[in-house]
Write a new protein. Structure first.
Length: 267
């Protein structure tokens, strides 16, 4: 792997963001609710006031886990908890969630038409970080979405510190075209308690951080997860994380960009 980028060359843009993990309805062919999500449901969400960006991360239907096998770490994604997609929302300010309450109520009512389970993870303001690791306008041809679970007994502050160290090491590989991170506040069901949709999230299944990694193409993504560098990073991560679920993303669709709803989503 190239190490053309140094830590000093890449300064993150700090954001206020949330992620909604989504499981589509199982009583229809998977492509039906996935299509509804990017169609009628997206129009409801895109009209919400206060968004800086709204992006849908569609995950591949088959996702056993891209992260290399690591002793003491759950890297194989359990079939019964396998996520179908994630709504990635970036707010304009800390007050933005209050501005969008009216439209959010419409989204609540529509969820049952497409999803069977939804879970909201929210980070504190400025806790999400976007790293400009690619050239301006450079195409991202493949992505991986990674969720991490903090190991029991590890302090939240030490976990967050290691995520920053991990991120710096990922920047240093020089192969990424996109890198975004989030660390989460403790999960609270009442923040997103939508009707007629499941919100079960046992304590031992909850996540505490996420990474989005972008690559030039699927071949580069595959090579990254088979590399000695990622094996070394995983060994260093093991004392802090009990689970690392690395999903193959099939699409990343942007519906709101720079605070404005787009006439058609961008890939």
């Amino acid at each position: 792997m190239s190490k053309s980028l140094s830590k000093a060359q890449v300064q993150p843009r700090k954001q206020f963001a949330s992620s909604i993990l989504l499981w589509v309805r199982a009583d229809q062919p998977r492509e039906t609710p996935m299509g509804y999500w990017k169609g009628p449901h997206s129009k409801i969400i895109s009209a919400t006031k206060g968004f800086q960006e709204y992006r849908q991360i569609h995950l591949a239907g088959v996702n056993p886990g891209l992260w290399p096998t690591t002793r003491g770490v759950e890297t194989e994604i359990p079939v019964e908890r396998k996520i179908d997609g994630v709504a990635e929302i970036t707010f304009q300010s800390a007050l933005s969630p209050l501005r969008g309450r009216k439209q959010t109520r419409l989204a609540f009512k529509d969820e049952v038409n497409v999803f069977r389970r939804t879970l909201l993870y929210l980070g504190p303001p400025n806790s999400s970080r976007w790293y400009e690791v690619g050239e301006p306008g450079e195409h991202v041809g493949a992505r991986a979405l990674i969720y991490l679970r903090r190991r029991d007994g590890v302090r939240a502050v030490d976990f967050r510190k290691h995520i920053i160290e991990l991120t710096s090491a990922l920047v240093g590989t020089g192969v990424l075209k996109e890198l975004r991170t989030q660390t989460f506040l403790p999960w609270i069901e009442k923040l997103w308690d939508t009707p007629n949709v499941a919100h079960d999230n046992p304590a031992d299944q909850r996540f505490h951080a996420s990474l989005i990694l972008g690559f030039a193409d699927p071949a580069a993504r595959a090579a990254f997860f088979k590399s000695p560098e990622i094996e070394s990073l995983s060994d260093a991560l093991a004392p802090f994380a009990s689970a690392v679920h690395a999903y193959e993303a099939s699409e990343a669709l942007t519906f709101v960009k720079d605070g404005a709803a787009l006439p058609h989503y961008q890939q």
